[in-house]
Ligand binder design. Structure first.
Ligand SMILES: [Zn+2]
Length: 174
């Protein structure tokens, strides 16, 4: 499943437009037979990060959860658990990205109001890291580990990745 995503990203790098299957036939087929997405993607709300396009996917392929900073709180865990247990998604990916505003806010100590609900897990994840890109990596890895721990999934079922917004590449994090 990781290979399928990374192969899709290789195709995306050549694309000028999104090429995932969004045809009328696919709409009808998934309306009739239900959804069987092969992966859960937890990613940021950033408008430059478009999961289906990035992985060259279409209707019915990905179960996507978007929240600023791709943080993992109770709501996200609930959505992931639903996708794994009921939709039988075989892989969960936390997809962070470069130049993330939520990460920058955590680093610069901005926030206040409801934004603090996002910044608190990010601060835990990044610790004393000051470099924004390294912090994005730590945040995605931390989220992936939390998912493994809370939902009792094994290492093969959860991955962390980083999307480079300037060139479109997805990097598998270890
Ligand atoms: Zn972001």
């Amino acid at each position: 499943m990781i290979d399928r995503l990374l192969d899709g990203n290789s195709q995306y790098l050549q694309n000028k437009n999104a090429l995932g299957d969004i045809s009328l036939n696919k709409r009808k087929e998934t309306a009739k037979n239900g959804q069987h997405p092969f992966a859960v993607i937890v990613t940021c709300s950033d408008s430059r990060v478009i999961p289906e396009a990035i992985f060259n996917c279409g209707i019915g392929d990905l179960f996507v959860i978007r929240v600023a900073g791709n943080v993992i709180n109770e709501d996200e865990l609930g959505s992931i658990q639903y996708a794994v247990e009921h939709l039988k998604c075989q892989l969960v990916v936390v997809l962070g990205h470069t130049q993330c505003g939520a990460i920058a806010s955590a680093l610069e100590g901005h926030g206040g109001g409801y934004v603090d609900y996002l910044l608190s897990p990010i601060k835990k994840a990044i610790g004393n890291e000051k470099d924004p890109q390294k912090a994005s990596r730590l945040n995605a890895l931390w989220g992936a580990n939390l998912i493994k721990e809370k939902l009792k999934l094994d290492t093969k079922q959860v991955a962390a990745m980083l999307y480079h917004i300037d060139n479109g590449k997805v990097e598998l994090l270890k």
